[in-house]
Design a protein around this ligand. Structure first.
Ligand SMILES: NC(=O)c1ccc[n+]([C@@H]2O[C@H](COP(=O)([O-])OP(=O)(O)OC[C@H]3O[C@@H](n4cnc5c(N)ncnc54)[C@H](OP(=O)(O)O)[C@@H]3O)[C@@H](O)[C@H]2O)c1
Length: 333
């Protein structure tokens, strides 16, 4: 095997801002830590989380991600990659293994490091592009569906069904035998129905509280759009029903925190629980996604596959907030 290079091409940012602050540059290949794996990245896909960190908003996230500039200056969390070096305490992988995972960041680069526990093996039957689309959005959808306990015969409403998380959530709920209703843009209704939704509505015309959705008609609501009033969401579910809050719009300072705190308070003593979700990167979730996708039971909706040199345009498209499914960026083929 050729020795590893010391520098690599990466999309980096030195300050918070719009897509224009992320530029292609030659930087050092990251050092692998004791519990880490160095991978050669083949493909990544973009997530709303990349855009929040790129912008540094809501401002509260800068406490964790860097007060003046992002500590991790390379965006990209999802990765399909090959292991090229191992930290001394890593036993689960060997050099040459094909992996897929949810990195803490850094996947928009030829090489990236990840804690080994955020990676799983990628079977050869699972295409790199498909694998790269799975981790964050698929993992969030899977954890939302599990948190709600979606089961056969239930009626589930997915709000925000056309984005990365939503397209996975609709498929997972339908696969579990639920009757899925969905709110999405008018143009995306045929797609969302093809993913398994029994009924779809244009979110610009039908919102929680509208007669079309009724009251107490659902066992579960999965709110990915994060714009509806909490009380209106709560009224949608029957007693014993659950509203899983995947997202929440909010102010520039605190983002969804105020809404999520309010949700916990409103739920106290109520038979209709509002459950905030904080999805985590873990191997159980990744292995479930990989198994479903390899079996053909879960298929990411991929709006566009971008070349590495056009990653800035892909970031701008993701920042626009109207992606249908996922945007994948091919890094090293
Ligand atoms: N809780 C967690 O742990 C966790 C983890 C991951 C992601 N998230 C959050 O989940 C949210 C979705 O992420 P994502 O990656 O799926 O985003 P995304 O792919 O960027 O979502 C874009 C899609 O959302 C649709 N949309 C926008 N506003 C809507 C509304 N009011 N009602 C219905 N649909 C709407 C857009 O459709 P149109 O083009 O028709 O507007 C577009 O197709 C983000 O806020 C993200 O931060 C949370």
């Amino acid at each position: 095997m050729n020795p590893l290079p010391t520098t690599m091409s990466a999309w980096c940012q030195e300050r918070y801002g719009g897509p224009e602050v992320v530029v292609q540059a030659q930087i050092d290949v990251p050092q692998v830590g004791r519990d880490e794996v160095l991978v050669r990245t083949h493909a990544t896909s973009l997530n709303a989380g990349d855009i929040y960190v790129m912008r540094g908003e809501p401002l509260v996230l800068r406490v964790a991600f860097g007060l003046r500039r992002p500590k991790q200056r390379v965006r990209g969390m999802d990765a399909a990659a090959t292991v090229v070096a191992l930290g001394e305490r890593v036993t689960q992988f060997k050099v040459g293994d094909e992996v897929v995972g949810e990195l803490a960041g850094g996947a928009l680069a030829e090489y990236a490091v990840s804690t080994a526990s955020r990676l799983v093996h990628r079977p050869s039957e699972l295409d790199v592009t498909v694998a790269a689309a799975l981790p964050v959005a698929g993992g969030t959808a899977l954890q939302a569906v599990d948190r709600a306990g979606v089961a056969t015969g239930q009626r589930v409403l997915v709000i925000g069904a056309s984005g990365g998380v939503g397209t996975f959530a609709v498929q997972l709920c339908a696969q579990r035998g639920a009757e899925v209703w969905a709110l999405c843009g008018e143009r995306n209704r045929p797609l969302v129905e093809s993913l398994g939704a029994a009924a779809t509505f244009d979110y610009k015309k039908v919102q929680p509280g509208a007669t079309e959705l009724g009251e107490a008609e659902f066992d579960v609501v999965i709110d990915i759009a994060g714009t509806a009033r909490l009380r209106a969401l709560q009224r949608l579910v029957r007693d014993g029903g659950k509203v899983v809050l995947v997202s929440g719009q909010g102010g520039r300072m605190l983002g969804p925190l105020a809404r999520l705190t309010a949700a916990s308070i409103i739920s106290v003593g109520s038979k209709r629980k509002l459950l905030p979700l904080a999805a985590t990167a873990n191997q159980d979730t990744l292995n479930s996604l990989v198994a479903l996708a390899t079996a053909g039971s879960l298929a990411p909706v991929i709006e566009h596959v971008s070349s590495f040199d056009e990653a800035d345009a892909a970031l701008a498209r993701a920042a626009d907030g109207h992606v249908v499914g996922k945007i994948v960026v091919t890094v090293t083929g």
